[in-house]
Design a binder for this molecule. Structure first.
Ligand SMILES: Nc1nc2c(ncn2[C@@H]2O[C@H](COP(=O)(O)OP(=O)(O)OP(=O)(O)O)[C@@H](O)[C@H]2O)c(=O)[nH]1
Ligand SMILES: [Mg+2]
Length: 424
């Protein structure tokens, strides 16, 4: 089963349909008025947090997400059809991140949203508005407008989706301790179980329904001594316990070194992030069905610091009610996770900003997005320029130019192109 907790995707919202240039044709009416309808809206792209999604692997196949364009306006004053919006479900805990590479090559990250609650919807890329048809432009003095507005381009961006699973409980322990077995017994998850290490290769999620309380448990596989240096499955999955409230630490009762096993895992946690090691932990010594009374007695003499301990058999379902009870209680007692990351809007990301300056008699506008816009605009084509001006207006470029003194027909340099300032 594929698993992905970080993907880079390209999202393109639909273009608005163009307004139509058309004139009524009726019998006995030689020159009908303009009847070109408006273009429909382009489809927007939304993300929605959904508990049924467990990871981001579906984006490995579809890295490009494109919403449909709105239809062009029709004659007889009919509007073109608007495109349907795309609503894409992602796991709860998906963060939307915009990366910006600075001129020195440093990657800066801007968190745009954290979809940390099921049902939360986020507008990722807005569809373009439809252009107005020529029916709107008739005036008593101007009865045959032979132009219409073009549809707006849809927003387009490259974005990182990064999943930090949100589960109340993280299930940790050495390989083969019985984590998957326990998860399969207490939750709706059906993970693979086998008598060898590294059976589980991806974090499994299970929903527990216990005494009227429901909570998510994440099985974090592949932790071994040296995980922080890349051994086992490394620490790539440890980020998925950062947002858990309680850790259930499974220890194999058949191991000759129970206490060592326990320390190994906690050391790895500490080395990854001190705060992980500070999370409330509940110890569950598993497989007690497979040892005799005397051995159990010896085990029970061992202390594990301040942590509460339960002696269970996941396979024989022994001691599970007590364990779940303590876990459920610990979730309620757990401190609220603090330190919410600062959330930015796309406008905060430098790529989308621009700078205007005065230079000699003219002006200069700098900024990736503005320069890209002009690069793809045929400045000899009036209509294309019309669109460019409307985008420049929407971005606030024209207003900024005006502020620093730009007047009609002043020269404005944007990238390699020189255009004229036009009153917004
Ligand atoms: N006797 C006994 N065996 C158990 C118990 N729980 C799990 N096992 C066995 O221990 C082995 C490992 O169980 P898993 O649940 O796959 O262990 P895991 O911790 O998920 O292992 P990895 O996915 O490899 O990290 C399997 O053969 C299970 O049948 C138990 O309570 N008693
Ligand atoms: Mg497993």
């Amino acid at each position: 089963m594929a698993f992905a907790d970080e993907v880079k995707i390209v999202v393109k919202a639909g273009k608005g349909g163009d307004g139509l240039i058309s004139f009524r044709r009726e019998r006995y009416v030689p020159r009908g008025g303009p009847d070109g309808g408006d273009g429909g809206k382009g489809g927007s792209v939304y993300l929605i947090a959904d508990h049924n999604e467990t990871n981001l692997s579906k984006f490995l196949r579809t890295r490009h997400i494109t919403a449909e364009n709105g239809q062009n306006g029709k004659n007889n004053q009919s509007a073109g059809k608007s495109a349907t919006d795309l609503v894409i479900s992602v796991p709860v805990g998906t963060q939307v991140i915009k990366q910006k590479v600075s001129t020195k090559g440093k990657v800066e990250e801007y968190l745009l949203t954290d979809l940390d609650k099921a049902g939360t919807k986020y507008l990722l890329a807005k569809g373009g508005g439809g252009g107005a048809g020529n029916m709107h432009f008739a005036r008593p003095s101007f009865q045959a407008p032979k132009f219409a507005d073009l549809g707006e381009a849809g927003e387009e961006l490259e974005i990182i989706l990064r999943l930090k699973i949100i589960a109340e409980v993280g299930l940790i322990g050495l390989p083969n301790a019985g984590k998957s077995t326990l998860l399969s017994v207490i939750s709706n998850a059906k993970p693979k179980i086998a008598d060898y290490a590294f059976t589980t290769l991806i974090p499994n999620l299970g929903l527990v329904d216990f005494e009227g309380k429901r909570f998510l448990v994440a099985d974090i596989p592949g932790l071994v001594e040296g995980a922080h240096t890349g051994k086992g499955l490394g620490i790539s999955f440890l980020k998925h316990i950062e947002r858990t409230k309680v850790l259930v630490h499974l220890v194999d009762a058949l191991s000759p070194s129970i206490k060592e096993d326990f320390k190994v895992i906690n050391n790895e946690l500490k080395k990854y992030n001190k705060n992980l090691a500070k999370k409330p932990q509940i110890i569950a010594i598993n497989k007690i069905d497979a040892i005799d009374e005397a051995a159990l007695k010896v085990i029970k003499k061992q202390k594990f610091g301040k942590y509460p301990i339960f002696y269970i058999s996941a396979a024989a379902h022994t001691g599970l009610t007590e364990l779940l009870h303590a876990t459920s209680k610990a979730i309620q007692m757990a401190p609220k996770l603090v330190g919410k990351a600062k959330v930015f809007t796309l406008a905060d990301v430098p790529t989308n900003r621009f700078e205007v300056t005065k230079k000699g008699k003219g002006f200069v506008v700098k900024g990736d997005k503005v320069e890209k816009l002009l690069a793809k605009t045929d400045i000899e084509n009036q209509q294309a320029m019309g669109r460019a001006y409307s985008v420049l207006k929407r971005m606030g470029v024209l207003a900024e130019l005006k502020k620093i003194g730009a007047k009609d027909e002043d020269k404005v340099t944007i990238g390699t192109k020189i255009i004229e300032y036009r009153v917004a």
